[in-house]
Design a protein around this ligand. Structure first.
Ligand code: SF4
Length: 458
């Protein structure tokens, strides 16, 4: 791919550069006088593009820094020393210092092209930056990776890389991803030849890359052992999609066909390598009305955040919490009954059965309940907890919440405590309070839900 096809425009609001956010007390950086708000200009004479450069250049027992101090506009040289195993003590405002690389693709299934017009603007950031693949686990297509970037990945051993493959036939890839599709495969082949470990992903679109094309892609992956895991996730679509109006969630037979197609690949991988390697996201099993595989089939959950094994993990953790916290669960339920309190555990429609499994273990009398929110805002087949918006939540919660504890999933808020439709966590909690309820925010795991409810009871 020609170099100028990649779009390196920064979409960040923060200024570019290695800005210092925090300095640990008594660390080497603190001793050298570095303070939050300063900017590291270079390390041992090398400019920094990102956190990878920082880790690479400042790898030894000492380093020479050039530091810009905006309070007086001066740039100063300083030398830092550290003991073996000691951290420099610097935290940066970002992991990318030269801006994020955005994608050059036009994927048919891109969620960004199916958003309502009033969705939070940051949702439509089309990042496709190989550095975020290594540093944060983002999936990238590699279509905007230059030769020198590929060389850097190999030299610095930036692995595992998370790479979206989607399909292997050139014409199917072009249809799905756009005109730069071949560049992604060329780069991937180069990384694989160098032995870089890859976690791969396929977004499966009915009638496009499923069936015989999926089998071809799985055959291709099977022959490349450096791809240590492959996640197949179904297309998700909203009511704003102009291209798709059904997916595997609407078609149990199609979901079952995918489960059946992948099984021989899983069996061969277990036989030859001792790992399952080919993984399906939870939605396929739910749509096919089949039990999710046991924990050992998930190879230590390398693609958990891609929705691979979340359900199994939640069910198993529920059983562990029910066993290890039996006394606390029983005492909480008694207290709920005594005070006539009902707990509503808010979730998307997809994990309803899993939350119900835990709440029934906890409260056979029904004092604790899953409270699934139907996603009207995005519509389509969107049913996950992370995409619940404030307007659906508040429209679907009862108007009167006296004697209710409402457990809100932390994942429906971003780091700035905003919902996807731009409401604040504060406002959502106040609104629940206005209706007479008590709102509490919990992580999605059973232990956190239990401790959040216990705390809210005082
Ligand atoms: S790579 Fe494809 S799915 Fe990802 S942001 Fe770009 S167009 Fe959208």
């Amino acid at each position: 791919m020609p170099k100028d096809r990649a779009d390196y425009a920064s979409t960040r609001e923060r200024p570019l550069g290695a800005w210092v956010q925090s300095v640990e007390d008594e660390s080497p950086a603190w001793e050298a006088g570095i303070e939050p708000g300063m900017r590291i200009e270079s390390v041992n004479g090398h400019e920094l593009r990102d956190l990878i450069d920082w880790r690479w250049e400042a790898d030894g027992a000492s380093c020479q820094l050039e530091v810009f101090d905006p309070t007086d506009g001066g740039t100063y040289a300083c030398e830092l020393w550290r003991k073996p195993g000691e951290d420099w003590g610097i935290g940066f405002t970002d992991v990318l210092f030269d801006g994020i690389r955005t994608c050059v693709n036009a994927c048919q299934f891109c969620f960004m092209s199916m958003l309502p017009s009033d969705a939070r603007p940051s949702l439509s950031l089309r990042d496709d930056d190989y550095r975020l693949s290594f540093l944060q686990g983002n999936f990238v297509t590699l279509t905007n990776v230059r030769d020198e970037d590929a060389e850097r990945i190999i030299t610095y051993r930036l692995e595992p890389m998370n790479v979206s493959i989607h399909a292997i036939s050139p014409e199917v890839r072009r249809t799905l991803i756009g005109p730069h599709a071949q560049r992604g495969i060329d780069v991937l082949e180069r990384l694989l030849a160098a032995g870089i470990e890859i976690h791969a992903q396929i977004v499966l679109c009915p009638g496009v890359n499923d069936g015989s094309e999926l089998a071809r892609t799985l055959d291709w992956v099977e022959q490349r052992p450096s791809i240590t895991s492959l996640a197949v996730v179904p297309l998700g679509y909203t009511r704003f999609s102009r291209r798709f109006s059904k997916s595997f969630s609407d078609d149990p037979d199609a979901a079952r066909a995918v489960v059946k197609l992948i099984e021989p690949y899983q069996a061969r991988a277990r036989l030859r390598l001792g790992i399952t390697r080919f993984q399906l996201s939870d939605e396929f099993y739910v749509a096919a009305d089949m039990p999710v595989p046991p924990a050992e089939a998930y190879d230590g959950y390398p693609q958990y955040y891609d929705g691979i094994g979340m359900l199994r993990s939640f069910l198993d953790e529920s059983a562990v919490v029910a066993r290890d916290h039996a006394e606390e669960l029983g005492a909480t339920e008694k207290e709920l009954a005594r005070r006539e309190i009902t707990v509503l555990v808010v979730c998307g429609e997809a994990p309803r059965a899993a939350i119900s499994f835990f709440s029934e273990l906890w409260s056979p009398s029904g004092r604790v309940r899953a409270y699934p929110i139907h996603n009207d805002y995005f519509g389509g087949d969107v049913n996950v907890t992370g995409l619940i918006v404030s307007q659906d939540l508040l429209a679907q919660l009862p108007e009167l919440l006296t004697n209710h504890v409402v457990v809100l999933p932390e994942v429906m808020f971003n780091f700035d405590h905003l919902t996807l439709d731009g409401d604040t966590q504060d406002h959502v909690m106040r609104e629940i309070g206005r209706r007479g309820g008590v709102a509490a925010v919990a992580h999605g795991d059973p232990e956190s839900i239990l401790s959040t409810v216990t705390q809210s009871l005082g």
